[in-house]
Design a protein around this ligand. Structure first.
Ligand SMILES: *Cc1c(COP(=O)(O)O)cnc(C)c1O
Length: 442
């Protein structure tokens, strides 16, 4: 689009070249404030103009394989016609309606499809818009459950290095709070335990026992088995089971944050399926809507729901968002679930798992590969090279991958892949090749 002469921020030099098409990356810089960005350091954003399957296309026509499924959302590929077609049809029927006092078919159908997929004790679904609100609501459910029962419990329990989002409750329970300094005084009270590694399980349990004595703990929020933002850190299922058992014995509401792990990525529909103890509450977002629209769900057991069910209005959960259960987002989620449970996608998941296993065997003994781990379609390892400047290393890695047409987003020196289930064998090979090139170049 040509820039108009009235554009107030054009420099005189720009105005002289008014007919030259200005790049989106350049126009972006005038008025847009990006998330998780220090703009003085990061100036240029890459403009993406199209996405299909596993490929992103930038405004200059360069292609990138989306090796992290755009933050673990579009697991069935970008612009998947099975999803976009259904949402386009829904758009002609009912676009948006208030969800207090009203209901609609996409939400009802979604509830009927999702509940059978969740752990057996999950009975009710509460809608919101994103992962942070899903966990925020999970925390509120745990706190208000005890409040409604007349229990004096105001403390949350969480893992060290957990990540649960960027709203206040979610920030409070997140252990990775290096950037949360300005807000810390306003946080809710949280106590923490380390993740169980298999070696420290007894110690963790003993620490939990003493915390349960010292603090009035209402709920425990945890990312089951994989902590995404903590660089795909994986932990011990048996250890987590023991923690959950102890929490349940003390009436602590267990809130599984499956925003990242949900919908097939761990090789099962939900990571909680690897555990024998079921959560009381589950937080879902990201791949819930197959990468098409923002939505989240916080599910809960009948027991939690009953804690709010009362003749007293104030015992209800007075939380709501304008776009709660938007019909288009519900339609996308329903289409996503149909794909997830299809034979084709289940075969894709097994294919990616087998492929990662081969790649792991191929590079696991390389001297620069440390702590390589996989669970489902997630594969991660630490690049073991001398790090003079940690931040710089991450940025050099990122640039190296992008230059070779692969979108991976290393976390520190951790390199991981979490690509769409539908990624082709040759696209996967290209990602592996770029990682092997990194092992030579860095
Ligand atoms: C991404 C993420 C969130 C936050 O979700 P947003 O949609 O980014 O607010 C919360 N918990 C986990 C485990 C996540 O991966």
């Amino acid at each position: 689009m040509p820039i108009s002469k009235s554009d107030k921020n054009l420099s005189p030099a720009d105005q002289g070249e008014i007919n030259v098409q200005e790049s989106l990356s350049h126009r972006d810089q005038r008025h847009i404030w990006h998330p998780l960005t220090q703009h003085k350091i990061s100036k240029e954003m890459l403009a993406i103009v199209k996405a299909r399957g596993s490929i992103l296309y930038d405004e200059n026509g360069k292609e990138y394989i989306d090796g992290i499924a755009s933050w673990y959302t579009c697991m069935y590929g970008h612009c998947n016609p099975d999803i976009t077609g259904k949402v386009a049809a829904q758009m002609q029927q009912l676009d948006q309606v208030v969800f207090s006092g009203f209901t609609h078919e996409p939400a009802v159908k979604l509830s009927e499809a999702l509940i059978p997929l969740l752990p057996a004790n999950q009975e009710k679904l509460f809608f919101s818009d994103n992962g942070s609100t899903a966990t925020e609501i999970g925390v509120k459910m745990a706190l208000q459950y005890h409040h409604n029962l007349g229990n004096d419990r105001k403390v949350m329990l969480a893992f060290e290095d957990g990540f649960h989002g960027d709203t206040f409750g979610a920030m409070s329970v997140s252990g990775l709070s290096v950037y949360n300094g300005p807000f810390e005084e306003h946080f809710i009270e949280v106590v923490r335990i380390p993740v169980p590694t298999g070696k420290n399980n007894e110690q963790v349990l003993r620490k939990l026992e003493s915390l349960l004595k010292e603090h009035k703990i209402a709920g425990f929020i945890y990312e089951p088995l994989v902590q995404g933002a903590a660089a795909m850190k994986m932990h011990d299922a048996e250890g987590l089971n023991e923690i959950l058992k102890l929490c349940k014995r003390h009436e602590v509401i267990c809130v599984a944050d499956e925003v990242m792990t949900g919908f097939g990525k761990t090789g099962k529909n939900f990571a909680s399926e690897y555990l024998s103890v079921q959560p009381d509450v589950m937080c879902l977002s990201k791949a819930l809507t197959a990468g098409l629209l923002p939505m989240a769900i916080t599910s809960c057991s009948q027991k939690v729901y009953d804690g709010f069910y009362s003749d007293e209005i104030a015992k209800g959960l007075f939380h709501g968002h304008t776009y709660s259960a938007n019909p288009l987002a519900c339609t996308a989620a329903l289409a996503g679930i149909e794909l997830l449970t299809s034979k084709a996608i289940q075969q894709d998941i097994q294919r990616v798992i087998a492929s990662h296993r081969n790649f792991k065997n191929k590079i696991k003994d390389h001297p620069k590969v440390k702590n390589i781990r996989t669970l489902g379609v997630i594969i991660a390892f630490e690049l073991d090279v001398k790090m003079e400047r940690y931040g710089d290393m991450r940025n050099r890695l990122y640039k190296y991958f992008m230059d070779s047409g692969v979108f991976l987003r290393p976390l520190g020196n951790t390199i991981y892949i979490l690509a769409p289930f539908t990624i082709s064998a040759s696209e996967l090979e290209k990602i592996y090749a770029s990682i092997e090139a990194v092992l030579v170049e860095f």
